[in-house]
Design a protein around this ligand. Structure first.
Ligand code: ATR
Length: 277
């Protein structure tokens, strides 16, 4: 029987994962399917049960469920437990096990783009599951200091309790230290279809950014990154992270699966074209 996989989130109109994984499955000729499960938050628990009963072998989890899904898992691997967020679920008879491949994805994306948070003042915009993965990567790589800026201050405080650093909301922006920042943009602001949206950051502050990674890959680049590029600041879209976390998820679902460099390159190029179409 054909193996079933998919992605869980709301909304999912922006997601490239169904296309990306379907292209890998096509080239690998493995007969597997990958579907989008756009689920309202009230239905999260019952939907997960249904997917489990239906034998769905693996799931990706995206906004806004990377933390919300945790109570319904049978267990979590160590790095997902430390991060406190999951983006990959693997089927077992007892239930789904949660993993976090955003961490691997982000690390590999930084390496690929020659970026290194080590010794830098890292500013994370947002305080959800993706922000927690970014905080984990920043701290593990030896950042000099960590600042979490979020619309809801309590959530920024919660990230700081787990990873260190200082928390801010937009009302106390002027109390952020007067340094330059290495930035991770982890909120959904500016994501398709609301591509004109931007976080309320004053120009004076944007000028102090030395590099920025926006975890959003649709659009590519976001308005936020466009504004930074215009200032000559090094920017990286969420595309490489998407590709890298997707490969890491696949190796959790099927450790024996081998994907040649040729297939990786083809799927990468097709996803770039698809995201621009
Ligand atoms: P994920 O787990 O995938 O990171 P999430 O937990 O829903 O998703 O987190 C989304 C992040 O985007 C949060 O930091 C959220 O801010 P709040 O904690 O205040 O909700 C942020 N976000 C979403 N819409 C926003 C907006 N219009 N302005 C500012 N921040 C926003």
């Amino acid at each position: 029987m054909k193996d079933k996989y998919g992605i869980l989130g709301y909304p999912l109109g922006h997601s490239l994962s169904p296309y990306m994984h379907s292209r890998y499955n096509f080239y690998l000729n493995n007969g597997s399917g990958y579907d989008a499960y756009e689920i309202a938050s009230d239905d999260l628990e019952s939907s997960l049960k249904e997917l489990h009963t239906a034998g769905v072998k693996g799931l990706n989890v995206t906004i806004p469920y990377k933390q919300a899904v945790i109570p319904y898992l049978s267990s979590m691997d160590e790095s997902a437990a430390i991060v406190g967020a999951v983006n990959t679920l693997k089927y077992t008879a007892e239930g789904y096990i949660g993993y976090n491949t955003d961490v691997t994805g982000l690390r590999n994306c930084l390496i690929k783009n020659g970026l290194e948070p080590k010794g830098r003042n890292v500013l994370i915009l947002g305080a959800g599951g993706a922000a927690r993965a970014a905080a984990y990567v920043a701290v593990r790589s030896g950042c000099k200091s960590l600042y979490i800026l979020n619309r809801t201050l309590e959530k920024a405080e919660a990230v700081c309790r787990d990873f260190g650093g200082s928390s801010y909301d937009y009302s106390c922006l002027n109390t952020l230290p007067d340094t330059s920042f290495f930035v991770f943009q982890t909120t959904s602001v500016g994501m398709y279809p609301h591509i004109e949206d931007m976080l309320p950051l004053p120009d004076e502050m944007l000028n102090r950014f030395e590099a920025a990674v926006d975890l959003i890959y649709n659009p590519m680049p976001t308005r936020f990154l466009e504004k930074l590029s215009q200032r000559g600041i090094k920017t990286v879209t969420g595309f490489d992270m998407l590709i890298e976390q997707g490969l890491a998820s696949r190796s959790i679902w099927n450790p024996e699966e081998k994907i040649s460099d040729d297939i990786k390159r083809k799927v990468y190029d097709e996803c770039v074209r698809y995201s621009r179409s």
